[in-house]
Design a protein. Structure first.
Length: 279
């Protein structure tokens, strides 16, 4: 598995983290990305996304083999969108504790499936977090925060709007991360929700309302940065309503895992513009 590269200002975030990493994972019959997911809220987005990708592979619109997306849950400590709690949630020890479980499932790359407990460290700290995860796993690694940065580049978007579930002080840290990665944030909206558990109860109406409320006429894409938010079923509808790409946390996290595997981007318009590049 070759090292993935991405041009532009965020390249070092992942390429540095996987430099020299060699996989000692068990041989897997299918391309396999493993996800470290904090707690329990919207993890059912991942089997949904896996099923859509399997359909793409079956109809010849994806890779030659259906990709596997196994997930293990990390211990989150306190469920709170608060800086001190997020720093602990994303600590090296909490992530490392479940890496062996992912490798036992055949993971060939690993993604920390959390936005807030990666960008809370700042861009440099998030980069160090990924480097340490890669070193522990002996695998290419990334996180949802860098997944957003890479997805923005892949779409060729310069300006974005952020529609966050978080309190505004936490959402501001995400905008700072994006700006440090070379993206202009033209609007940011926080929703003041403290716990991932509450976010996980949101459904279609709340997700679409959040996207609408966070949109801005100058934004080339709208970002919904919380892996606790169910979005996989609503991507195409959200984009049709807004008339622009919508990037959501679980969507970009899976896309980033495929990027690490050099799997290519399957053509899946039901997963939004990110999965429907010009053909």
């Amino acid at each position: 598995m070759a090292e993935a590269t991405t041009p532009g200002p965020v390249t070092d975030a992942v390429t540095d983290s996987v430099a020299g990493a060699t996989s000692d994972a068990p041989v897997s019959v299918a391309p396999t990305v493993g996800f470290l997911y904090p707690g329990h809220s919207a993890e059912d987005d991942y089997p949904r996304l896996e099923a859509v990708l399997a359909g793409a592979a079956a109809r010849g619109a994806g890779g030659s083999a259906a990709v596997r997306l196994p997930l293990v849950h990390t211990d989150i400590g306190e469920d709170a969108h608060r800086v001190d709690a997020l720093l602990e949630m994303g600590s090296a020890g909490r992530l490392a504790a479940r890496v062996a479980d992912l490798k036992a499932l055949g993971a060939q790359a690993v993604v920390w499936a959390c936005t807030s407990a990666s960008f809370v460290f700042g861009r440099d700290g998030a980069q160090q977090q990924v480097r340490e995860l890669s070193a522990v796993a002996g695998l290419p690694a990334s996180s949802t925060s860098f997944a957003f940065a890479h997805a923005i580049q892949a779409l060729g978007v310069d300006r974005v709007a952020v529609a966050a579930t978080y309190p505004e002080d936490v959402a501001e840290l995400f905008t700072a991360f994006l700006k440090a990665s070379g993206t202009e944030v033209v609007a940011m909206r926080g929703s003041g929700i403290i716990t991932a558990a509450e976010v996980g109860t949101w459904g279609r109406e709340e997700v679409l309302a959040l996207a609408r409320a966070g949109d801005h006429p100058e934004a080339g894409a709208v970002l919904l940065p919380d892996t606790a938010l169910h979005t996989a079923a609503y991507l195409a509808e959200a984009e049709a309503e807004l008339g622009k790409p919508v990037l959501t946390a679980n969507q970009v996290t899976v896309w980033e895992g495929l990027r690490l595997l050099e799997y290519g981007t399957p053509y899946c318009p039901e997963l939004g513009a990110l999965f429907a590049p010009p053909r």
